[in-house]
Design a protein around this ligand. Structure first.
Ligand SMILES: Nc1ncnc2c1ncn2[C@@H]1O[C@H](COP(=O)(O)OP(=O)(O)OP(=O)(O)O)[C@@H](O)[C@H]1O
Ligand SMILES: [Mg+2]
Length: 346
């Protein structure tokens, strides 16, 4: 976890989010999707914090809980030292204004009937503190900041390319001067040719406007270049966390290792043999009792099936949730539990 001496802007304390889902058949009992389970983390002011993991592991759910859009089932979201969901309405709204999100798909996140001016000024209009002249001036300033111009003011989203639409989305997100910005897969819906431009723009804006970023991505090369700290998630749980440098240099969790070795263009410092993950991600409705990754883990042991793996600090600031790395806690460290798991009998 980040150094305590630096100021922490966002903290999650044992965050869990469940969603109720209807049974497949009428009269079947309602069940719960365990989207995020017991996630704790700290994000330092001014840093870029990465969240990585396969589709459905809970990345967007964490993002939505951080910005107050999803209420945690358990645990706390602490923004600038305040328990977000314990704030009274007015303070909650103020805190939410300081946190904004950029979404994956700039095609569906912008209202096609609005022009650029309406899209970008909407948050200012809702806040109700600016005159029309001030808003227009601010929108033009924002357009220039994101590499567009005042000529674009009255055009509609359909007049722009994907990369330009994402620039409009970014201008809207920063219109109220947030200090915490979540970028949820900000380039994955865009043409590869514009990825670098949008990422560079985000980095420039972070520097100019002193923002803290949460960067959600499945592109491990991008995370390596942009993020200071990161968590690797699997089926709602954190498998590994620490500085990006430490994790790329020495990936300890078999899942992190598999993710990293699967990406050929990522230059892992001590390149390991490629690990191919077999099998599907289990359902988050009924996740494994022990390590959530055990069914796909090439190193799984018998005890991994039923004994949960706590997240343990293995070197300063580098945490791993794996029995193979940490050993089974007492009283489970016996021969039966440490026997390799036989996938044939699973
Ligand atoms: N509103 C909801 N109701 C029911 N289940 C949900 C809801 N939102 C998310 N889920 C489930 O919670 C789990 C986590 O979803 P989430 O969107 O956070 O994953 P993600 O890591 O962002 O995935 P992706 O990479 O595909 O965006 C998934 O199993 C998803 O189906
Ligand atoms: Mg998502």
């Amino acid at each position: 976890m980040p150094n305590e001496a630096k100021s922490i802007i966002m903290e999650l304390e044992h965050l869990s989010v469940d969603f109720p889902v209807k049974g497949a058949l009428p009269f079947q009992k309602k069940r719960r999707v365990q989207a995020v389970t017991d996630v704790s983390l700290k994000i330092e002011s001014g840093e870029t914090f990465g969240i990585v993991g396969e589709s459905g592991c809970g990345k967007s759910t964490i993002a939505n809980a951080m910005v107050g859009m999803i209420r945690p089932t358990e645990g706390k979201v602490i923004f600038k030292g305040q328990d977000l969901f314990a704030l009274e309405r007015k303070l909650f709204k103020e805190a939410r204004r300081d946190m904004q999100m950029i979404f994956q798909d700039p095609f569906s996140s912008l209202n096609p009937r609005f022009n650029v001016y309406q899209i970008i000024s909407e948050p200012m209009l809702i806040r109700g503190k600016s005159t029309p002249e001030e808003m227009k001036e601010r929108v033009i300033e924002l357009l220039r900041l994101v590499g567009l111009s005042d000529k674009d003011l009255y055009r509609h989203p359909s007049d722009f390319s994907g990369g330009q639409r994402q620039r409009i989305g970014i201008a809207r997100a920063i219109s109220l001067n947030p200090d915490f910005l979540i970028c949820d897969e900000p380039v994955s819906a865009l043409d590869v040719s514009v990825h670098a431009q949008i990422l560079n723009l985000l980095m420039e804006l972070q520097e100019k406007l002193q923002m803290t970023y949460v960067f959600i991505s499945h592109n491990l090369a991008v995370v390596k270049n942009l993020c200071d700290h990161m968590i690797v998630m699997y089926l709602g749980k954190v498998m590994e966390s620490g500085s990006t440098k430490a994790i790329y240099k020495n990936p300890l969790h078999p899942y992190t290792n598999a993710l990293l070795t699967a990406v050929l263009d990522v230059d892992i410092d001590n390149q390991k043999e490629r690990v191919i993950l077999e099998g599907d991600i289990p359902s988050p409705i009924d996740p494994p009792k022990g390590c959530r990754f055990y069914q796909r883990c090439p190193m799984a042991m018998m005890g991994c099936k039923s004994i949960a793996a706590p997240l343990i600090e293995v070197e300063p600031g580098h945490f791993v949730s794996c029995h193979k790395v940490n050993g089974f806690p007492e009283p489970y460290a016996n021969e039966e539990n440490t026997r390799p798991l036989d996938p044939e009998n699973e």
